[in-house]
Design a binder for this molecule. Structure first.
Ligand code: SIN
Length: 193
């Protein structure tokens, strides 16, 4: 699969017939909503966990030195909490560009905090995309994040802002918080900027 998923997403799902849709965000879409939305509500999806296993060549790293950003990995029995946004289909023109480095849109059932259900679209970077990096110890992931920078800013900002946003949502995500702990240790070391 090529790095750029814009055309694949447009071909896979034509959204023109919808007046509005739900989007489920679990990574930067939680803390950086750079698009208009009608409303937003915390929601969960079942059978997935958040992992910093996707390479970022265009936002938080470069092709020569990719950063690490979040994707979802199948995990039966687990639940992932994120933020659901009720949006116009036009928003996906922007999001397809923002998420073009390997993310495909899928449809997922979501559960809101009051128990209501809806289907939402979610961007997932699957293992077969060219930018996928896969698992590594959290300490190594933190090291890579500490030293990666891209056009959207330092990779550390993505991790630290996501961790803060998850705390605000009362989510305990051991993977994210372990990386955060290692990252803060690295950033305290002399000479690390
Ligand atoms: C998401 O946040 O839902 C997708 C991954 C990202 O843009 O960080």
């Amino acid at each position: 699969m090529s790095f750029n998923t814009i055309e694949r997403n447009r071909q896979r799902q034509n959204l023109d017939q919808h007046d509005s849709l739900w989007l489920f965000g679990y990574g930067s879409l939680i803390f950086k909503a750079d698009f208009p939305y009608i409303e937003r509500r915390p929601a969960t999806i079942d059978g997935w966990v958040r992992r910093f296993w996707q390479g970022s060549h265009d936002h938080r790293g470069t092709p020569d030195a990719p950063g690490r950003v979040a994707t979802l990995i199948r995990a039966p029995g687990e639940t992932c909490l994120g933020m659901a946004y009720h949006v116009s289909p036009k928003v996906f023109d922007h999001l397809d560009v923002r998420e073009k480095n390997g993310y495909l849109r899928f449809t997922t059932p979501m559960t809101f905090m009051d128990g209501d259900h809806a289907d939402g679209l979610v961007y997932i970077a699957t293992e077969d995309n060219a930018a996928f990096l896969g698992p590594a110890p959290e300490s190594e992931i933190a090291g890579q994040i500490a030293h990666s920078h891209g056009p959207s800013g330092p990779n550390r900002e993505y991790l630290l802002r996501l961790a803060d946003a998850l705390r605000e949502l009362d989510v305990h995500d051991p993977h994210v918080f372990t990386i955060e702990r290692h990252l803060k240790d690295i950033l305290m070391q002399p000479g690390v900027h």
